[in-house]
Design a protein around this ligand. Structure first.
Ligand SMILES: [Zn+2]
Length: 362
């Protein structure tokens, strides 16, 4: 009886923990990550240096009907690629740092399309579409599509069964890319590849492949407190990783090791994007699960709250002295390296499959 009650309360907690309205982003700066991955781009991608921007002719009916396509944004609303101070992306999800874009009819490089639009799946295309119990357990519609709990791992409500759609979404956009390339529509071909890359990148974040750390449970405010508390640590982690990368990009020192792990990763051989995405989720679940516990200790008690709390420059200074930092960085480095290998492997496969004549030795 007690056991059943315990199971019920954990179940209820998880519904509430993961059923909130805030969207979780995977990584705060997909565009920056993709840009670093592409510092040594495959030759075939580099060759598309001038791609003409054209309208979408594709019907994708599984997207949020309120989602609007953007091609560029007014100059005045553009944000710098590398903000001069610490920025909480979680607090300002609409700010498109580093976004370039290009207006209809203009030209843009494939590399820029890949960087710009690897953020696009976070621009509300996946909200308010999926419903159901499993969806509630995975942070709502967007969470369900951007996460994946691998087969054989424990999670609720279907322990040991695969849960989440990120690998499927990656595959869907790869198939759209295939269609676009076959019609010579390179702009949309690369934009769809960028979307597929987004889901691959998300799966390297252990917060997207592991459901919960018991450290996030707040006994004193079991429901709302646990929800908010989990989000506080998830957002803090995403903001922190983005901060370290921006800092390293700017002064080429700091945590340059994170950039190096992305940059120097070797392409992983890939034959099927869905399987590769599932394997990446398995890797981040196995090798990264400790990060959830660790993030609680590393970001500190001050994030433990039933109120929204975001990372700021002052807190980062405090964290710099914490002993958990080294381990948190080591795990992050490992995740980023694996992610980069998978994305590089994906682009190699895409070149061979979508662009006839691409040299397999690229
Ligand atoms: Zn995402």
């Amino acid at each position: 009886m007690i056991f059943r009650g315990w199971k019920l309360s954990i179940g209820l907690t998880l519904i509430l923990v993961f059923g909130g309205t805030d969207n979780l982003f995977g990584w705060a700066r997909h565009n920056l990550i993709t840009q670093i991955i592409m510092e040594n781009p495959p030759v075939w991608v580099k060759e598309f240096s001038q791609v003409k921007v054209n309208k979408s002719i594709y019907e994708i009916n599984s997207l949020n009907p309120k989602f609007n396509l953007i091609y560029t944004i007014p100059e005045k609303s553009k944000c710098p690629s590398l903000p001069s101070e610490f920025v909480s992306y979680a607090r300002n999800p609409d700010r498109k740092y580093g976004f370039q874009g290009a207006p209809m009819g203009a030209t843009i490089s494939a590399l820029q399309i890949l960087a710009d639009f690897s953020d696009e799946p976070d621009w509300d295309m996946d909200i308010d579409v999926e419903t159901g119990q499993v969806v509630d357990f995975m942070g709502g519609s967007q969470g369900y599509r951007h996460m994946y709990y691998p087969a054989g791992t424990f999670h609720i409500p279907n322990p040991f069964m695969p849960q989440g759609k990120a690998p499927e979404r990656a595959e869907l956009f790869y198939e759209y890319a295939r269609e676009a390339f076959s019609q010579g529509d390179y702009y949309w071909g690369f934009r769809f590849l960028a979307r597929a890359i987004h889901y691959l990148e998300d799966l390297a974040n252990p917060f997207h492949t592991v459901q919960l750390s018991t450290k996030f449970i707040m006994k004193e405010d079991f429901f709302q407190g646990t929800i908010q508390n989990t989000k506080n640590y998830h957002f803090a982690y995403e903001d922190y990783v983005a901060f370290l990368m921006v800092q390293a990009q700017r002064n080429k020192k700091g945590q340059a090791r994170l950039l190096k792990s992305i940059n120097q990763a070797l392409a992983k051989k890939m034959e099927n994007i869905r399987v590769a995405a599932q394997d990446l989720a398995g890797f981040s679940n196995r090798e990264g699960a400790a990060l959830l516990d660790l993030s609680f200790d590393f970001f500190g008690e001050e994030f433990r709250s039933n109120q929204k709390l975001y990372l700021n420059a002052g807190k980062i200074k405090k964290m710099d002295r914490r002993p958990e930092k080294e381990r948190a960085l080591a795990i992050t480095e490992k995740m980023l390296a694996e992610m980069s290998s998978v994305v590089k492997g994906f682009l190699d496969m895409a070149g061979k499959e979508l662009v006839p004549g691409t040299d397999s030795s690229d």
